[in-house]
Design a protein around this ligand. Structure first.
Ligand code: P6P
Length: 337
């Protein structure tokens, strides 16, 4: 029987037809990301083999002040080496690099800028928890031969696309170019990402909340009240909520996309802007969740409307089903008693 399936490459090409001015540049860029995703997936899945000894930590501390895992460096270099071959990219912002990588040969014709967290959650690698790559694509705004600060620090509203790849029991590539959200599962035998989650929509309300309750004592009173409400079992919250927290953003977010509910990384008295990064974590996932009918804010303001001031700035994140995020926002504003 002839198996009917769509590959990621086919869907990216189909996408291009939806944009009359498309030149094929975006398609080419997405296909480079796809290749990098396969390479990283293979390495992540081999990481447990001691002969590879890529599980180890390095002696390096990255710009985030975190111990770099060998796989972090591998993922960052794999993505950059492949993406630099793309004539469509003039700059790459990475969680692993203090400064943006400007691609000199592309500054004139390269009309895109990529922001990425090459391997988020890598501290979970040695316990075999799912980890992921997060990326977003924006257009170079300036016409000159320089990549300006305004080119690099754009609001999420300007994105032309975003996605994440989750390396778990299977490798799933989820992306959006503004016309819906689509997920593709890697078939290792074929070496192709096959359409597995067409036109993803997040439930409007869910019964799972995801937050690190170990930070409870550090939260504001409003944040405490919000989580106490979710913990309580009474008629107002039936069916009761379940708590799920993996500690790997892409894994917690992917579950939220599929099952609904809310993921929160709130501000706290030690980290007044929370832990997660605006440009290459919150913005791409906010773009995805909004295109799937969900919501993302810092508790008060829509993530996609926040103008970044610097490439590694942090932001509190409330993301998931629209009704759940709106409820959390009501607690934070004091409106929900
Ligand atoms: P905490 C992983 O280190 C990460 O950057 C995200 O993937 C995850 O959501 C968050 O940190 C977990 O942070 O403070 O709860 O351990």
């Amino acid at each position: 029987m002839n198996r009917q399936f769509s590959t990621l490459s086919q869907c990216i090409r189909e996408n291009e037809k939806e944009f009359s001015q498309a030149t094929g540049a975006y398609t080419g860029l997405m296909n480079e990301i796809l290749v990098a995703a396969k390479i990283i997936s293979q390495e992540v899945n081999r990481a447990g083999l001691s002969v590879i000894n890529i599980l180890e930590q390095t002696d390096n501390i990255n710009v985030q002040g975190e111990v770099q895992q060998k796989l972090d460096i591998f993922a960052n270099s794999s993505l950059k080496n492949i993406l630099k071959r793309s004539p469509y990219l003039c700059a790459i912002i990475s969680e692993e690099d203090e400064k943006p990588t400007i691609i000199p040969g592309n500054v004139i014709k390269g009309k895109y800028i990529l922001s990425m967290d090459p391997l988020d959650g890598s501290s979970n690698i040695d316990v075999n928890v799912s980890i992921g790559t997060i990326f977003s694509i924006s257009r170079k705004l300036s016409s000159g031969t320089e990549v300006t600060k305004d080119d690099l620090l754009q609001k999420g509203e300007n994105l032309v696309g975003a996605g994440y790849i989750i390396y778990g029991s299977s490798t799933v590539f989820v992306y959006s170019t503004g016309n819906g959200v689509h997920g593709f599962t890697l078939d290792p035998g074929l070496g192709e990402f096959l359409l597995s989650y067409p036109n993803m929509k997040i439930p409007s309300k869910g019964t799972i909340y995801s937050v690190n309750e170990g930070n409870y004592d550090l939260w504001s009173d409003q944040q405490k009240k919000c989580v106490e409400y979710l913990r309580k079992r009474d008629k107002a919250t039936s069916p009761p909520y379940n708590a799920r927290y993996i500690g790997s953003l892409v894994a917690d977010f992917h579950r939220t996309m599929l099952k609904g509910g809310i993921f929160m990384y709130p501000a706290n008295s030690i980290a007044p802007n929370g832990k997660l990064r605006l440009l290459y974590e919150a913005i791409p996932l906010a773009y995805i969740v909004e295109n799937a009918g969900g919501k993302a804010s810092n508790g008060f303001q829509r993530i996609l409307e926040i103008h970044p001031n610097e490439i590694h700035q942090r932001v509190p994140l409330f993301i998931g089903s629209k009704e759940n995020v709106e409820m959390a926002e009501k607690f934070l504003s004091g409106e929900h008693k």
